[in-house]
Unconditional design. Structure first.
Length: 731
C-alpha cells in the first residue's frame, strides 16, 4: 500500500512524478485545478461580515474531492504539489481544509521545476501552506467578483444583457480606447529628409543622410526649406571631414520572465499570450524525451524575477566553455536586477538543463513546443555570455553648409549573439580617409508626415500593462484573452487592437460612472497592496475595503443618473419611425447599434442605422434574391434583401474568382478567423482550401495574369504584388 499521496494540480505531471518516485510508496492524483470557488449564481461575498467569501464546491468537482478524500484515508501522509503561485497556493489551502478531517498529515511541497532532483528534494522537505499567499489570491478573487457582479448589471441597463466589466480588463480597454482617440485627434506635421548617394574612391555607393545644416541639427519643415538646401548644394563638392572608429559593446538581455516571453512569442512567432502560456505549461509539466521518460524542460513560467540559481549558472558555464570556448564567458559573473515590484519567489524562465539544446530535442517536441523552447533556451544561454563587440564607424561628409553622415558596424566578436535569436545586420563601409572627395550620384529629397502612436499589439499591450504595474505574470494572458473574447475590441490587418463602437461606448460609460475605480494609478496601487498581503504586511480585508468604498459610492451615483446616462448613449435622430412616425433613436443590441422607435415598447419597429450597400451580383443561397452587405458581431457578411421574410446569409464575395485551376466556379470571400483577424478564402471550403491573409484584387498581374494581392510594409507602405511572379504594382 502506498504510504504517501501526492496531489498535483494537473494530471499531465503524473508520469514525471511516477518515474521519479515509483508507484510502490507513492500514489499520484490530480485536483484538475480549483475544487472550491465562489458560486456563479450569486455574489457569494458577505458584505456585512468583513467580505467573508462563501466558497462552494465547483460544479463537477464533488467526484474529484470524494476520490481524493478516499485516497487520503489509506495513506500515512498527503503532499500538496500544486503550482508555486497564488492560485496554486489557494488550491492547496482549499484541499488542505477538505482533507484534514480524514488525514491529519497534510503538507505542502514546492517545485520551481519538475525534475528528478527537484521532486526528490521537495518530497523530503515539505512545508506549511503559505497563508499570506492564499489571502492575496482570495483578496484578488473577491475584488474581481465585487467589480464584475456589481457593475455588470448596470451595464445591462444602459446597453444590453450579457455585457461585463472586469476590474483589470477594463483598464486595458481604457488604454486601447484612449490610444485610438489620441490617434483620431492627431494632426500630422510635415517634415522632409534628404539622402545622398555618394561614390567612394573604391567605387562603392554610400547611402548618406543629411545630419546638419548651417552647423545645427537638420530640421527641414517644408518644401521651400528643402528647395533652399537643394539650390545651395548645386555644384558643391562632397569631401570627407572626419572618420571616426570606436569599439562598442552590446550586452545581452536578461533571461525571460513571463511578460518578455509572451511579447517575444507574439512578435517572432505570432502566438497570442494564452497560446504561449499553454505551450510553456506543457514544457514545465513534463514531456516524454526518449529513454529519460517524462521530464520538465523549463522552470516555472509565471515569474517576474530575473534571478538565476547558482547551480544553473555553473551548468551554463560548463556548457559554454565546452561548446563555444572560455572567451564566450564574461570575466565576471553577470547578474541582473529585478524591478522593484518583482516578487522574486521564482527564478527566471530557463531550461532545466542547458545540455538540452533545441537541436537535441527537435524530434521529441511538437513544432510549437520547439519554437517556444528555443526562445527560452536561446535567451537564457545568451544572457550569461560575453558581450558582443562591434567596430562602429562614422564618416562625416561636408558639402557647403551641409554635413552628411554615413555609419557602419563591423562585428569583431559575436559573444552572446552566438546563440541569440536577435541578429544585427552588419553594414560594412569601404576604407576611407579624411580629405577624400566623393562623387554625387543622386540626391533623394523625401516628404514625410509625423504619425500618431501606433495601435497596441498584444506584445506592446502586455509591455504597457507591465510598465504601469497593472496585473502580474499570472494574469497577463487572462487580461488579454478576456478583452479579446468580448465585442469591445477587434484586430486590424496588422494584428493590432482597436475598439469597436460598443467598446468605445462602454469605456465612455465606465469613465463617467466610475472615474476613480478604473484609473491606471489606482489599479496599480491595488496590485501593490496585494503584494503587501502576500508578504504579510497588510490584512486582505483592508485591501478589499480600499476598493469597495469607491465602488459602492459610484454604484449609488450611477443608479441615480441611469436614465441620464442611457439618454446620452442612446442618441435621438430626426429619422421618423415607418410605423408610427415617432422619432427613431440609436440604441444598442447584440449586433451593434441600430435604430429603434423612441415609443418602444408600444412600437417595436427597428431597422439598421444605414441603408445597406448591395453585395454586388451575389445571390441569396436560400431564394436567389439579391443581397446586401450587413455587419454583425463577427464582421461583415451578405444578407438577403428580403429579410426578415428570408433569412439567408453567406460570406461576402469580393469579386475575385478562386485562383486554383481545379476549383471550378469558386469565389473568394471575406472571412474572419477565431482570433478576429480578417482573411480571404474560397467559398467552396472544405472542397477547396485556398486561403490568404492578403486581400486579392480583381485586376490580374499585367505580366503573367496571375492573382494580385494587397500588401503593406513599413519600408514600402501599401502596394500590390503578384502571387506568382512577385511583381510589385504601385497604387
Amino acid at each position: 500500500m502506498a504510504k504517501t499521496l501526492i496531489i498535483l494540480e494537473s494530471p499531465t505531471k503524473s508520469k514525471t512524478f511516477e518515474k521519479v518516485l515509483g508507484k510502490k510508496d507513492f500514489r499520484i492524483l490530480a485536483s484538475k485545478g480549483h475544487v472550491i470557488d465562489l458560486p456563479k449564481s450569486k455574489l457569494g461575498i458577505d458584505l456585512e461580515k468583513n467580505f467573508e467569501p462563501q466558497f462552494v464546491t465547483i460544479r463537477g468537482k464533488a467526484k474529484v474531492l470524494k476520490e481524493l478524500k478516499e485516497a487520503a484515508k489509506s495513506v500515512d501522509r498527503v503532499l500538496l504539489a500544486t503550482d508555486p503561485d497564488r492560485e496554486g497556493e489557494a488550491i492547496a489551502w482549499h484541499l488542505y481544509q477538505q482533507l484534514l478531517p480524514v488525514q491529519p498529515e497534510v503538507h505542502r511541497i514546492l517545485l520551481n521545476e519538475i525534475t528528478k532532483e527537484a521532486i526528490q528534494k521537495a518530497v523530503q522537505n515539505p512545508v506549511a501552506v503559505d497563508r499570506n499567499k492564499v489571502e492575496a489570491q482570495q483578496a484578488r478573487r473577491v475584488l474581481d467578483r465585487l467589480v464584475g457582479y456589481q457593475i455588470s448589471p448596470v451595464l445591462w441597463k444602459v446597453f444590453y444583457y450579457g455585457l461585463s466589466a472586469g476590474r483589470v480588463q477594463s483598464v486595458a480597454l481604457r488604454l486601447i480606447v484612449e490610444r485610438e482617440r489620441e490617434r483620431e485627434a492627431f494632426i500630422p506635421v510635415e517634415y522632409w529628409s534628404l539622402e545622398a548617394d555618394l561614390k567612394a574612391p573604391s567605387g562603392e555607393i554610400l547611402e548618406s543622410k543629411l545630419n546638419q545644416w548651417e552647423g545645427k541639427k537638420a530640421e527641414i519643415s517644408d518644401e521651400a526649406s528643402m528647395k533652399e538646401i537643394l539650390d545651395h548644394l548645386e555644384g558643391k563638392s562632397y569631401q570627407i571631414s572626419k572618420v571616426e572608429k570606436k569599439e562598442r559593446k552590446r550586452s545581452p538581455e536578461p533571461p525571460h520572465i513571463t511578460s518578455t516571453l509572451q511579447r517575444e512569442a507574439s512578435s517572432r512567432l505570432s502566438y497570442n499570450a494564452k497560446r504561449t502560456m499553454v505551450i510553456a505549461q506543457q514544457l514545465y509539466e513534463g514531456i516524454e524525451i526518449g529513454d529519460e521518460g517524462a521530464e520538465g524542460l523549463i522552470t516555472y513560467m509565471r515569474t517576474d524575477s530575473v534571478r538565476v540559481s547558482d547551480s544553473a549558472r555553473e551548468e551554463h558555464r560548463q556548457y559554454v566553455q565546452q561548446h563555444f570556448g572560455k572567451d564566450y564567458l564574461p570575466s565576471k559573473d553577470r547578474h541582473f536586477k529585478s524591478k522593484k515590484s518583482a516578487q522574486d519567489a521564482h527564478e527566471a524562465i530557463r531550461p532545466t538543463s542547458a545540455e538540452r539544446s533545441p537541436e537535441s530535442l527537435k524530434s521529441r517536441l511538437s513544432k510549437e513546443q520547439l519554437a517556444v523552447y528555443t526562445l527560452i533556451w536561446n535567451r537564457f544561454m545568451a544572457s550569461l555570455m560575453s558581450d558582443a563587440r562591434f567596430e562602429a564607424t562614422r564618416v562625416d561628409i561636408e558639402a557647403g553648409k551641409a554635413l552628411f553622415r554615413v555609419t557602419g558596424n563591423r562585428l569583431v566578436f559575436d559573444g552572446f549573439r552566438r546563440v541569440s535569436t536577435g541578429k544585427d545586420q552588419e553594414k560594412l563601409l569601404p576604407e576611407m580617409k579624411e580629405g577624400d572627395l566623393l562623387d554625387l550620384e543622386k540626391l533623394h529629397p523625401k516628404q514625410h508626415f509625423t504619425e500618431p502612436s501606433p495601435r497596441y499589439s498584444e506584445a506592446s499591450l502586455i509591455k504597457e500593462l507591465e510598465e504601469k504595474g497593472i496585473g502580474r505574470p499570472s494574469t497577463y494572458a487572462t487580461i488579454v484573452s478576456t478583452i479579446q473574447s468580448r465585442d469591445y475590441l477587434a484586430l486590424d490587418d496588422n494584428r493590432r487592437f482597436f475598439p469597436t463602437e460598443l467598446g468605445s461606448s462602454v469605456w465612455t460609460f465606465l469613465d463617467r460612472g466610475f472615474p476613480t475605480l478604473f484609473e491606471v494609478g489606482f489599479t496599480a496601487s491595488m496590485e501593490e497592496e496585494l503584494d503587501k498581503v502576500e508578504v504579510g504586511e497588510e490584512p486582505w480585508t483592508e485591501v478589499v475595503e480600499h476598493l469597495y468604498t469607491p465602488l459602492k459610492n459610484s454604484i449609488e451615483g450611477v443608479e441615480e443618473r441611469i436614465e441620464e446616462i442611457r439618454a446620452d448613449l442612446r442618441e435621438m435622430t430626426e429619422i421618423e419611425c415607418e410605423k408610427c412616425q415617432s422619432p427613431m433613436l440609436k440604441t444598442w443590441g447584440r449586433n451593434g447599434r441600430f435604430l429603434a422607435c423612441s415609443k418602444w415598447p408600444d412600437c417595436k419597429f427597428s431597422r439598421p442605422i444605414e441603408d445597406p450597400d448591395p453585395a454586388g451580383d451575389q445571390k441569396c443561397p436560400e431564394c436567389d434574391s439579391g443581397m446586401f452587405i450587413r455587419r454583425g458581431r463577427f464582421g461583415r457578411f451578405a444578407a438577403c434583401e428580403r429579410y426578415p421574410d428570408c433569412k439567408g446569409t453567406s460570406s461576402l464575395e469580393i469579386g475575385v474568382p478562386c485562383p486554383r485551376e481545379e476549383c471550378k466556379g469558386g469565389q473568394i470571400v471575406e472571412k474572419r478567423s477565431k482570433r478576429g483577424r480578417i482573411f480571404f478564402g474560397c467559398n467552396k471550403y472544405p472542397e477547396c482550401d485556398y486561403a490568404s491573409w492578403n486581400r486579392p484584387v480583381p485586376e490580374p498581374c499585367p505580366d503573367c495574369e496571375s492573382m494580385v494581392v494587397e500588401k503593406s510594409s513599413k519600408a514600402k507602405g501599401n502596394f500590390r504584388q503578384c502571387t506568382v511572379c512577385k511583381l510589385e504594382i504601385p497604387y
